[in-house]
Ligand binder design. Sequence first.
Ligand code: NAI
Length: 246
Amino acid sequence: MRLKDKTAVITGSANGIGLAAARKFVQEGCKVVMADYDEGKGAAEAKKLVEEGGDAVFYQVDIADRESVNSLAERVAQEFGGIDILVNNAGITRDGMMAKLSEEDFQRVLDVNLTGVFHCTQAFLPALLSSGKGKIINTASASGLFGNGGQTNYAASKAAVIGMTKTWAKEFGPKGINVNAVAPGVIETEMTAKIPDKVKAQMNSLIPLGKFGKPEDAANAYLFLASNESDYVNGIVLQVDGGIMM
Ligand code: NAI
């Protein structure tokens, strides 16, 4: 068991990559707090994991809202004390070409993908520090590393997440906390289900492995960065993209 007796908070774990990570983490002996905006799906998925023998709870949160995140952190502190792992996985897209991108769509993506990660990390820092040895995993994206047409807002938010990851690796490393990012390429989830088939075919042709990733592929990277196997890994951006951008 790679995460025995650890406690993790995974944001955005009602669906997609976060949900795959929650399942993997409980299978590795971790207590998992599934924190997501989507209460119906999140509560149902947490119940399923418990029925499968896992140790999981669901708490509702909007990571863009500081008060909501602070309430979550207080609840987690009361019920679990310290935590060992924070996975800042929740994220959204609101794509549009630059010429037509609305202020609202630009701002909402930054509010969730960038400010949300800032809120969660700040709120859970005391709980991570109290464990004396922690892991923070931030979810970036190939878009944040290389840009992507139609994703001004999203690419900006994910590039910023990479900047925060490297900064926190320097700030928190001396306090026993490793901070790393995972940059998925194209992973088959609700987020990518809305991409038109023609665009998907074009993207697929750029991937040397010739296929899109599964949520479990990204979740495996989270698991590595959450486990003791990555104890000497700090400040990296681990690409999980089949080699789409080399
Ligand atoms: P998804 O759409 O399947 O799941 C995202 C989850 O985040 C949902 O459960 C949603 O309810 C939750 N969420 C959204 N806004 C929230 C908020 N304000 N507060 C709390 N929870 C919120 O997405 P997916 O594909 O699993 O993405 C997970 C992460 O991976 C995201 O950060 C995404 O940007 C990133 N990513 C995904 C890629 C892909 O190809 N699927 C590629 C690169 C990065």
